[in-house]
Write a protein that binds this ligand. Structure first.
Ligand code: CP
Ligand code: NVA
Length: 308
């Protein structure tokens, strides 16, 4: 089944094909009204379920708009309004939804929910974020980097902050896309050691540098994300802020990185916490192109899943 569950579970050739197709589809739509359908309407007659167990702006809107542009139809479902949130098993939910729709995207908490859904569904499943990873985001990030700076292969990507789900998907992407990855954050918030070991096993260069100033020197891309993710208990907020404050991406840090460094953030951002407004709105930032590219990247992901 052509599921899009994680970058490290997807063939590197397919990943490259998705990025290239996304870039092509984006170019063809340049300056078109948002609601004009793509000429080939590859999703005509297809029904897609979008399930959200956590809040979302970008994922929700970009998938929905992408499906409509490709001539398909979408159902946006919130987990707690489904029987899924009231005791029906994930396996039964997967079997039932597979009788109604052609493709399922889910944003959930535990990775096991995603994997169980994919195991029992007879239609493809897309990961729209779990506590552990966010692969669609990193596809959009690579598309964005390459638009601004050319091929990402051989480039230096530096993550400043929490070793969270978005960071994990960057680490997954390091081997298949051939970029160097440096994690710079406090030890208690290191990325999952198994994910790092697996990436190294695949040939990726993954470096840990506790000093953010050293880490960003000469970087091609500096990335950060919120200090408190949706699945993190509110009680950890103060501790996390104290641990992560030295890793704030501000103008001084970006200047230290150098003018070649692009800045990305998956959003939503907490301005003046993990990143300052001066960086977010500054000349090195491509965060709104990045948000737009969720649309183009996911359209190509959905086409691959459906083989259309
Ligand atoms: N970046 C991202 O996934 O944003 P949303 O939470 O708004 O979907
Ligand atoms: N790390 C963040 C990403 C949000 C898109 C979270 O999981 O809340």
């Amino acid at each position: 089944m052509p599921n899009f569950l994680d970058i490290d579970r997807t063939d590197p050739g397919v990943l490259r094909q998705i990025i290239d197709q996304a870039a092509g589809m984006k170019a063809r739509r340049k300056d078109w009204p948002r609601g004009r359908p793509d000429p080939e309407a590859p999703l005509a007659g297809r029904m897609v379920a979008l399930i959200f167990e956590k809040p979302s702006t970008r994922t929700r809107v970009s998938f929905d708009v992408g499906i409509r542009q490709m001539g398909g139809q979408s159902l946006v479902l919130s987990g707690n309004e489904m029987q899924l949130g009231h005791g029906e098993t994930i396996a039964d939910t997967a079997r039932v939804l597979s009788r109604y729709v052609d493709l399922i995207m889910i944003r959930t908490y535990e990775e096991t929910t995603l994997l169980e859904l994919a195991e029992h569904a007879t239609v493809p499943v897309i990961n729209g974020l779990t506590n552990r990873s966010h692969p669609c985001q990193i596809m959009a990030d690579i598309l964005t980097f390459e638009e601004h700076r050319g091929p990402i292969t051989g480039k230096r990507v530096v993550w400043c902050g929490d070793g969270n789900n978005v960071c994990a998907s960057f680490i997954h992407a390091a081997a298949p896309f051939g970029f160097h990855f440096t994690f710079s954050g406090p030890e208690p918030l290191d990325p999952d050691a198994e994910i790092v070991a697996a990436a190294r096993h695949e040939g990726a260069e993954i470096v840990v540098e506790r000093d953010p100033w050293k880490a960003v020197e000469g970087a091609d891309l500096v990335v950060t994300d919120t200090w408190v993710s949706m699945h993190d208990p509110a009680s950890t907020r103060e501790r996390r802020h104290n641990q992560l404050r030295p890793y704030q991406v501000n103008t001084k840090l970006m200047q230290h990185a150098g003018p070649q460094a692009l800045f990305l953030h998956c959003l939503p951002a907490h301005r003046e916490e993990e990143v300052t407004s001066a960086v977010m709105d500054g000349p090195q930032s491509a965060v709104f192109d990045e948000a737009e590219n969720r649309l183009h990247a996911q359209k190509a992901v959905m086409r691959w899943c459906l083989g259309v």
